[in-house]
Design a binder for this molecule. Structure first.
Ligand code: MF3
Ligand code: CO
Length: 255
């Protein structure tokens, strides 16, 4: 069952979404060559708590950190570590919060220093595909419409779509129904009711779509070790057009 949220619940989800959005911007400002990814995790945990929320990922299904930091060929669920970022890395930062019983979830892939043109294009395409997916999310449309929008945009540009991980509903749990795949067929899948809240999160690869699970049981990396990007937003399904609860404005416009 897909839950329809009251405006009161949406207000709480929005508060979470803004904390997550601000946290990602804080982390982004600290990304530079030589910075350890575990230091970004500590910074995020502190920032989230300073804002009255709790890290949403910490302890979730046994996950041991506040952020997922997935560098280069890592797709998602990378553990923060002693790894020192270097110029040219692409760094997916996925952040969740829980506040007043509700969850927030968003991800952004940052460049560390100057990126190659090919890597910048991967980031640009993945982010643009998220916005295509959001455009396809409106009351009465189906999860397949979102998946089709993301997949066709990326595949037309020569990228591949990870199949093993999908977007999701969000509310009192981080992962609720429906599943929101980044691939699919128009007119197929679950119908989205007005007032439902979902996370759309394309994971897009430069090379093959296949991925492997790391020995740590969490990290997901591309089978060919080519790079992968990940952007995620939480949105409310409305009539006509979805309402974004998360924002990249704090990251991109230095708000
Ligand atoms: N943001 C991820 C998602 O959308 C959640 C990370 S899973 C966790 O599914 F276990 F690390 F929390
Ligand atoms: Co998510």
């Amino acid at each position: 069952m897909i839950k329809v949220r009251t405006e009161e619940e949406i207000a709480l989800l929005r508060e979470n979404a803004l904390i997550v959005s601000r946290t990602l911007a804080e982390v982004g400002r600290s990304i530079a060559p030589g910075v350890k990814t575990k230091d970004l995790d500590a910074l995020a945990a502190e920032f989230i708590r300073d804002n009255g929320a709790q890290p949403g990922f910490l302890g979730y299904g046994g996950y041991p950190y506040s952020l997922c930091i997935s560098v280069n060929e890592y797709v998602v669920h990378g553990f923060p570590s002693d790894y020192e970022l270097k110029e040219g890395d692409i760094v997916s930062v996925d952040c969740g919060t829980v506040y007043k019983g509700y969850y927030g979830d968003s991800a952004y892939t940052f460049g560390c220093g100057e990126l190659s043109a090919a890597d910048q294009a991967l980031l640009d395409t993945t982010k643009a595909s998220l916005f295509k997916g959001i455009e396809a999310a409106r009351a009465g449309s189906r999860t397949g419409d979102i998946g089709f929008a993301v997949q066709s945009y990326c595949e037309e540009r020569g990228y591949s779509v990870v199949r093993e991980l999908v977007g999701h509903g969000i509310g009192r749990n981080m992962h609720e129904s429906p599943e929101v795949p980044n691939y699919g067929r128009r007119g197929h899948g679950v119908k989205l009711p007005e007032g439902s809240v979902i996370c759309i999160e394309p994971m897009i690869n430069q090379g093959v779509k296949d991925v492997y699970l790391d020995d740590d049981g969490w990290g997901v990396y591309t089978a060919d070790h080519k790079k992968s990007a990940h952007f995620e937003m939480t949105v409310v399904v409305r009539k006509g057009a979805a309402e974004r609860l998360t924002t990249f404005d704090f990251i991109e416009n230095n708000k």
